[in-house]
Design a protein around this ligand. Structure first.
Ligand SMILES: *Cc1c(COP(=O)(O)O)cnc(C)c1O
Length: 375
């Protein structure tokens, strides 16, 4: 068989996904229509959470969350550095200040001990990122948030379908955010969602995603009224009916997607026992890992990346620490030494291919390459 390129992540689409989009195309609704609410309800019921608001991306979802809790100039929000820049960019969109807390050396998710050290009188919220798809230590984070009176936000862009003894990811925090980018647990091409139990926040975010206008086109059409008012400065962060119909058909498969990722992760862990110098990250006890990413640590990271690349195997680094990006260094005067655990990890980590459509023959090709690298 001719070898073809294996990416580190890819969407898993099936004929029923295509069918779902085609039906919506023929329904007459293209953007805000009945599929939006149906998709929101499907995610809310799955978790379960009281309110779900579909938006145009995970980034828009993070912005909505910061808007809902009225982050503004002078407010500090604690974030981890091993994440996509969007997590902390959302704080900046609102004029707030992201404050970077270090990560736990075993799991690389935000370290509650470091969070405590970063608290000041200006701290308003903590954003926990379920790094690689693994739930954070929400028990410890909740204790800090409740003690000081902070909002706990979960960036669960990696962890739809994952969970722990306290519930599914998306239910632990006051506000949780998902992304439906093609490499994420389910996809709508581009898309995102915020879930919360708090109705006033949900109402604010629905308004914010539609320019700050109190009613949407569909509601006005149903009422036979033309009148509308813009009451806040919002954005066009709407997710289309077409995309929501894809999301709906993908949601039906979320548990099987996560099961498939876990099967692949187990195979990697078993194979890595005979690959000295390439170590998988730790998995916390009593949790269902989402395995959005399969991250390994090695001293020869750049060599391994190159070695895999030469064999048509994709891998990636998640992430270069956000506080070391030039924009952050310039605007927040951040730099090396601020989060030593994250900085050290970032030089050694590599994400290997893992996604529901990865064939077992393809995974064996990756494993053979890893074993060859070690010899
Ligand atoms: C993907 C991702 C985002 C941004 O989501 P988009 O849908 O790409 O805007 C934010 N945070 C994390 C942790 C992500 O992985």
């Amino acid at each position: 068989m001719a070898s073809s390129f294996i990416p580190y992540g890819r969407q898993s689409l099936h004929p029923e996904d295509v069918q779902s989009i085609l039906q919506t195309l023929e329904s007459g609704w293209l953007t805000t229509g009945p599929q939006v609410e149906t998709f929101e309800k499907a995610v809310a019921d799955y978790l379960p959470m009281g309110h779900a608001i579909a938006v145009s991306s995970g980034t828009a979802a993070l912005h909505c969350a910061m808007y809902a809790i009225e982050i503004g100039p002078g407010d500090e929000v604690i974030v981890p550095p091993l994440t996509f820049a969007a997590t902390s960019n959302a704080v900046l969109y609102q004029g707030g200040t992201p404050v970077f807390a270090d990560v736990d050396p075993e799991t690389l998710s935000i370290d509650p001990v470091s969070v405590r050290e970063r608290l000041t009188g200006k701290t308003r919220a903590i954003v926990a990122v379920d790094y690689a798809g693994q739930p954070c230590d929400y028990k410890a984070l909740r204790a800090i948030a409740d003690e000081v009176g902070l909002v706990l936000i979960a960036d669960s862009c990696h962890s739809l379908g994952a969970g722990d003894a306290f519930g599914k990811c998306g239910t632990h925090a006051d506000l949780s955010v998902f992304s439906f980018h093609p490499v994420k647990p389910i996809t709508t091409a581009e898309g995102g969602m915020i879930v919360t139990r708090q109705k006033d926040w949900a109402d604010r975010m629905r308004c914010f995603r539609n320019h700050g206008i109190t009613t949407d086109h569909r509601q006005r059409q149903a009422k036979g009224a033309w009148h509308y008012e813009m009451v806040e400065l919002g954005f066009n962060y709407r997710l289309s009916d077409l995309q929501c119909s894809l999301g709906l058909s993908q949601m039906k498969k979320i548990d099987s997607f996560v099961a498939e990722r876990n099967k692949q992760a187990t195979r990697y862990r078993q194979a890595l026992q005979s690959c000295p110098g390439i170590e998988p990250l730790a998995v916390r006890e009593n949790c269902l890992h989402g395995h959005h990413l399969f991250v390994v640590r090695t001293e020869k990271r750049d060599e391994l990346f190159q070695f895999l690349r030469e064999r048509d195997i994709g891998s990636a680094v998640h992430y270069p620490p956000v506080h070391l990006h030039p924009y952050y260094r310039q605007t927040l005067q951040t730099g090396p030494g601020l989060c030593p655990v994250a900085e050290e990890a970032s030089d050694r980590i590599l994400s290997l291919p893992i996604f529901p459509g990865l064939g077992s023959d393809e995974q064996e090709r990756v494993i053979e390459a890893l074993q060859e690298f070690g010899r």
